[in-house]
Design a protein around this ligand. Structure first.
Ligand code: NAD
Length: 489
C-alpha cells in the first residue's frame, strides 16, 4: 500500500499509529507553498505516553539484551525503506525541498544504506571485554568490562537532512539496545511519519521500542530533555537550542549528545589552483540551498588574488539558478520556510549595512514568484569580524575573506565560536595536510576528500557540539560501560 495513503500522517506510540492530541497541522511544499497534507500534532499527553512506552519497552522486555532481534529489526527497516525508495524520494523532495539529485546520497539513499553499518556493528561488537585475573589491593579478582545500552533515548532532530539525521540516531541507538522517542522538526513531519508507518507495518520492532512524535510544539522536545525517565538526549539543531537542551537536562544529569551549528572555512593556500578551489567552494554552498551544518560558508583566499577569487566564486554561483527540486538537474532548491527565507534575507541586508558588496545574488530570484527561494549570493569586502562572517546563515551565501599566508588562514578559520568542519586546498599535499591538522574542527576535507561515510565519525569542536554521530564512535555514544569484578577465590 502507498505510504501516507490518505494524505494524513500519524504518531507512532507504543506500537500504534495514532492521531495527535492537538489535532493536525499543514505540511507545506517549500518549492510551491502548496499544502501537501496533514501531519499529526502531538500534545504533552502524547509525549508523556511515548516516554512511558519507551521506558516500559526498555525495562520490561528483552530488547536490550537480544542482539540478534535488534540486528534483524534494523535490517528490516533498511529493507522496507529500500522497497519504498521511489515513494520516499518523491515525498522527501516535496516535504524538504531537497533536490532530487541529493536523494541519491545524503538526503535519502545514503542514510538508508548506513543502517547496514549500525546492524553490522552490533552483530560484531565486543560487548564484553575480558581483562583477566589480577589482584588489586591483594584480592584475586576476575575482571571484565561490559558495554550495554544507555536506556531510553530522546532524539530531537532538525529539518535540513531529516532522513540522515533521524536514521543516524535511530540506527545505532536501536542496534545498541536502546529504546527511542523521536521528536522531529515540525517543518518536515512527513519524513518522520513515513518512518513510523514503515516501522509499524514492515518490521518486528516491538511496541514502545520506537515512538515518533510530530508536533508544532517545541516544548515537547524540552520535555524529553527534562524527563527523568529519559536517559540520554541526542540532539541535532541550532547551537541556541542545544544550549537550552543541555540546561534542561542538567537537573537529571542525563547524557547529552549535541550536533549543532557551524560556520566552517574553506582555505585556499597560495599554491592552490584558485579557479578549481573557488568553483568548488561556490558550488558546495549552493547544495540544498546552503542548508547544511557542515557547509564551508567562509571562503578564505590569498589577499593578492582576492578580486580574482571573488569573480570565480561569483561566476560559479551566479550561474546556478535556484529552481524546482524535483527536476534532475537542480542543485539549489528552496529554503525550508518563509521564516527561513526572511532570516537569510535579513543577513543579506546586514551584509550591506556592514559594508559588504554582492558579487552575485543578494535577494529573491525574480523568476520564482512562489516558493521560498534565495539567489546564490557571494559577499565581498568584509573581514572575519563581520557578523555575516561569524553567524550561521543557513542559506546559499558565501563570504569571501582575504588571508596573508598559512598562519593567518588558520587563525581566521579558527576564529569562530564553531568548529564543525573545514576544507583546505593546496598544490603541495603535505603542506595542505599540515594546515588541515591545525584546524579546530571535527571534520576536515583536504583537496576534495569526502569525510561523509557510515564508518567515519561526524561532529563538532567548540560550540558545534559534543559527541560524535556515525562510525564506531557514534555507536558507542549509545552505550554505558560497566566494570565487573568477581572475587576469584
Ligand atoms: P532548531 O534548533 O530550531 O530545532 C531543532 C529541533 O529542536 C526541532 O525538532 C525543534 O522542534 C526542537 N526544539 C526547539 N526548541 C527546543 C527546546 N527548547 N528544547 C528541545 N527541543 C527543541 O534547529 P532547526 O532550525 O530545526 O535546524 C537548523 C539548525 O540545525 C542549524 O543550526 C544547523 O546547523 C543545525 N544542524 C546541525 C547538524 C549537525 O550535525 N551538527 C546537522 C544538521 C543541522
Amino acid at each position: 500500500m502507498a505510504l501516507l495513503a490518505d494524505g494524513v500522517s500519524r504518531l507512532l506510540i507504543d506500537g500504534k499509529l495514532t492521531s495527535g492530541g492537538a489535532g493536525g497541522f499543514a505540511t507545506v511544499n517549500p518549492a510551491t507553498e502548496e499544502v501537501l497534507g496533514e501531519a499529526a500534532n502531538a500534545d504533552t499527553a502524547d509525549m508523556d505516553r511515548a516516554i512511558g512506552a519507551a521506558r516500559r519497552a526498555f525495562d520490561e522486555t528483552g530488547w536490550s539484551t537480544n542482539t540478534e532481534l535488534r540486528v534483524r529489526c534494523v535490517r528490516q527497516l533498511r529493507d522496507a525503506m529500500r522497497e519504498h525508495v521511489e515513494e520516499l524520494r518523491d515525498l522527501t523532495i516535496a516535504d524538504v525541498g531537497a533536490p532530487r539529485m541529493l536523494t541519491a546520497g545524503a538526503q535519502l539513499e545514503g542514510p538508508i544504506n548506513d543502517l547496514s553499518f549500525a546492524a553490522d556493528t552490533a552483530e560484531n561488537y565486543e560487548w564484553t571485554q575480558d581483562l583477566g585475573l589480577a589482584s588489586p589491593m591483594g584480592i584475586p579478582t576476575r575482571r571484565s568490562v561490559v558495554r550495554e545500552a544507555v536506556g531510553v533515548v530522546g532524539a530531537i532532530t532538525p529539518w535540513n537532512f531529516p532522513h540522515q539525521i533521524n536514521l543516524a540516531k535511530l540506527g545505532p541507538a536501536l542496534a545498541a539496545g536502546n529504546t527511542v522517542v523521536l521528536k522531529p522538526a515540525p517543518d518536515t513531519p512527513w519524513v518522520a511519519a513515513v518512518l513510523g508507518e514503515l516501522i509499524a507495518e514492515h518490521t518486528d520492532i516491538p511496541p514502545g521500542v520506537v515512538n515518533i512524535v510530530t508536533s508544532t510544539d517545541h516544548a515537547l522536545g524540552a520535555m524529553l530533555a527534562k524527563d527523568p525517565r529519559v536517559d540520554l538526549v541526542s540532539f541535532t539543531g541550532s547551537t541556541a537550542t542545544g544550549r537550552s537542551v543541555m540546561a534542561d537536562a542538567a537537573a537529571t544529569i542525563k547524557k547529552v549528545f549535541l550536533e549543532l551549528g557551524g560556520k566552517s572555512a574553506f582555505l585556499v593556500l597560495d599554491d592552490a589552483d584558485l579557479a578549481a578551489a573557488c568553483s568548488v567552494a561556490g558550488f558546495s554552498v549552493c547544495l540544498h540551498a546552503g542548508q547544511g551544518c557542515a557547509i564551508t560558508t567562509r571562503l578564505v583566499v590569498p589577499r593578492a588574488r582576492y578580486d580574482e577569487a571573488v569573480a570565480i566564486a561569483a561566476g560559479t554561483m551566479g550561474s546556478i539558478k535556484p529552481g524546482d527540486p524535483s527536476k534532475p538537474g537542480t542543485i539549489c532548491g528552496p529554503v525550508i520556510s518563509a521564516r527561513q527565507r526572511d532570516r537569510v534575507q535579513s543577513y543579506l541586508d546586514l551584509a550591506i549595512t556592514e559594508g559588504g558588496e554582492f558579487a552575485c545574488g543578494g535577494g529573491r530570484p525574480a523568476d520564482q514568484p512562489a516558493g521560498f527561494f534565495i539567489e546564490p549570493t557571494v559577499i565581498s569586502g568584509l573581514t572575519n569580524e563581520a557578523r555575516v562572517a561569524r553567524e550561521e546563515i543557513f542559506g546559499p551565501v558565501l563570504t569571501v575573506i582575504p588571508h596573508d599566508g598559512d598562519d593567518d588562514a588558520v587563525r581566521i578559520a579558527n576564529d569562530s565560536p564553531y568548529g564543525l568542519s573545514g576544507t583546505v586546498y593546496g598544490a603541495d599535499p603535505e603542506r595542505a595536510a599540515g594546515v588541515a591538522a591545525r584546524l579546530r574542527a571535527g571534520t576536515v576535507n583536504v583537496n576534495g576528500g569526502v569525510w561523509y561515510s557510515a564508518d567515519m565519525p561526524f561532529g563538532g569542536y567548540k560550540q558545534s557540539g559534543n559527541g560524535r554521530e556515525m562510525g564506531i564512535a557514534g555507536f558507542e555514544e549509545y552505550l554505558e560501560i560497566k566494570a565487573i569484578a568477581t572475587a576469584a577465590n
